[in-house]
Design a protein around this ligand. Structure first.
Ligand code: ABU
Length: 495
């Protein structure tokens, strides 16, 4: 170190280290005492609402030339936490993820402290092997003896991998010659499927118009007659149907498509069957509820997000396939600077090249840690409790005035209903009833957010006016909480 005495450098780095250590200890104490559990307590608010303009005034969001002090950083932490939604709160039932699992959290923190990137065994030895074992076990639960899998940055990307594998399987030339070398590709999914299949069709050059939507029945399940009619229609027009994406647990209705008849149709026409079980996949862990995904083992690939029903921290999403080498064949590009074949160890453990990402977080550890801490039996209890709570809520509101179910028998742990305020009860035949009912959910939502008493999402769907979707994914909830939610709708919807 030119011009400086070695002792001074050592002294300086020790001082820095103790400064950083002091800061980290205070920051971790803050997380433990003021964020992790304090904010998931029932008497705290789900959200401290502030409008965008207010947040901009409260938090100095602009990166600046000058460094700020550790005190200021700790104040930033407090402000960020204060104005962020408490997704760990029992009354955050807004989305398909929630809660804070202590083992998952520690797995996530350990991942961040180790800061790996899972592309080579050299740089991520434990994570490479851990991914292999966890994905193998998940495939076994799906019902496959062999195959492959990857962790992905979210279910949409997992569904995109399915499109990529399906078209490469049918037309391997796509990898080098592109979409110009193949007939007009066409794929099918239900009108209630997640929007990612259409979006990824567009992103991958197939075109969203070539992602054909299939009708659903009154339970929200794919209509297999319409599916076959649309496949034969496309063949007659000279298109090449290559994939069906069925859904196990649709985003809004929680419907499970009938996988066995869909698989029969796929086999008949030589079409890849992908099952988007991002939401419903967790039910596979329960002997009582896995029948919902009956036939999933007939699929070519599956999306399954442990951050949803299994409550792993965000994000933890997998793509699984029963085809052993397809991911690597379809995606590898053999970058020599990273995947050198003459390394001193078995380079089959350098698994990164089968992904389209290069740098990649180790999302496996938090899930592995939870699995170790609870065992599969712990996951089974968790799932059974979620379904029990959902059923209790369903039976409770079925009998309660002011609640009208959208689906009489929802299959998953999301329940859809209209809350009908007193002033609208008995006016069902009025010509403006639907128009007025449509305005109720946004009004109640505004009140619940501003008070921070709970967080439940709403949406319209097709011709149905705005209705609520409450999602049970946190097994710390109990039957009293189910009654709390119903009471809260009555309170917020009272005028
Ligand atoms: N796949 C994201 C689902 C978002 C939600 O409705 O909770």
């Amino acid at each position: 170190v030119a011009g400086e005495k070695i002792e001074e450098v050592l002294f300086q780095s020790l001082t820095d280290r103790s400064k950083h250590e002091d800061f980290l200890r205070r920051a971790v104490d803050f997380l433990m005492e003021r964020v992790v559990f304090a904010r998931s307590n029932r008497s705290s608010k789900v959200v401290e609402w502030a409008a965008p303009e207010d947040i901009k005034k409260i938090i100095d969001l602009k990166p600046r030339e000058e460094a700020v002090s550790h005190e200021q950083l700790l104040t930033f932490m407090a402000d960020v936490a204060r104005y962020s939604v408490n997704t760990a709160h029992p009354y955050f039932v807004n989305q398909l993820f929630s809660s804070v699992d202590p083992y998952g959290l520690i797995g996530q923190w350990l991942t961040d402290a180790l800061n790996p990137s899972v592309y080579t065994f050299e740089v991520a030895p434990v994570f490479t092997l851990m991914e292999e074992e966890v994905l193998k076990e998940m495939r076994k639960i799906v019902g496959w003896a062999d195959g492959d899998g990857i962790f992905c940055p979210g279910g949409s990307i997992s569904n995109g991998y399915a499109i990529s594998c399906a078209r490469f399987h049918k037309f391997p030339q796509i990898k080098t010659k592109g979409v110009y070398s193949v007939p007009n590709l066409i794929l099918f999914t239900s009108e209630l499927a997640h929007y990612s299949t259409k979006k990824l069709s567009s992103f991958m050059g197939i075109g969203s118009d070539n992602c054909v939507t299939v009708k659903t029945d009154k339970y929200g399940k794919m209509d297999v007659i319409d599916l076959e009619t649309k496949i034969t229609g496309a063949i007659k027009k000279g298109s090449s149907p290559f994939m069906v994406t069925a859904t196990s647990g649709t985003t809004v209705f929680g419907a499970f498509d009938p996988l066995i008849p869909i698989s029969t149709i796929c086999k008949k026409y030589g079409i890849w069957l992908h099952v988007d079980a991002a939401w419903g996949g967790g039910a596979l862990m329960s002997r009582k509820h896995r029948h919902l995904l009956k036939g999933i083992e007939l699929a070519d690939s599956v999306t399954w997000n442990p951050h949803k029903l299994l409550a792993a921290p965000q994000q933890c999403s997998t793509f699984l396939t029963r085809h052993k080498n397809l991911l690597a064949q379809g995606h590898s590009s053999n970058a020599q600077y990273l995947f050198q074949k003459d390394k001193f160890y078995d380079t089959s453990y350098d698994t990164g090249d089968k992904h389209i990402q290069c740098g990649r977080r180790a999302d496996v550890l938090k899930f592995w840690f939870m699995w170790k801490a609870k065992g599969s039996e712990g996951f089974e209890k968790h799932i059974d409790k979620l379904f029990d709570n959902a059923d209790y809520f369903l039976q409770h509101i079925r009998l309660r005035e002011g609640f009208k179910l959208v689906l009489d028998k929802p299959e998953c742990t999301n329940i859809m209903f209209w809350y009908v305020p007193r002033c609208l009860r008995g006016s069902e035949n009025d010509p403006d009833y639907n128009e007025r009912l449509h305005k109720v959910a946004p009004k109640i939502k505004e009140k619940m957010i501003k008070e921070g008493s709970m967080m439940v999402t709403y949406q319209p769907q097709g011709t149905l006016v705005n209705f609520f979707r409450i999602v049970f994914q946190n097994s710390a909830l109990d039957h009293n909480d189910m009654v709390y939610f119903a009471n809260e709708f009555d309170r917020l919807g009272s005028d």
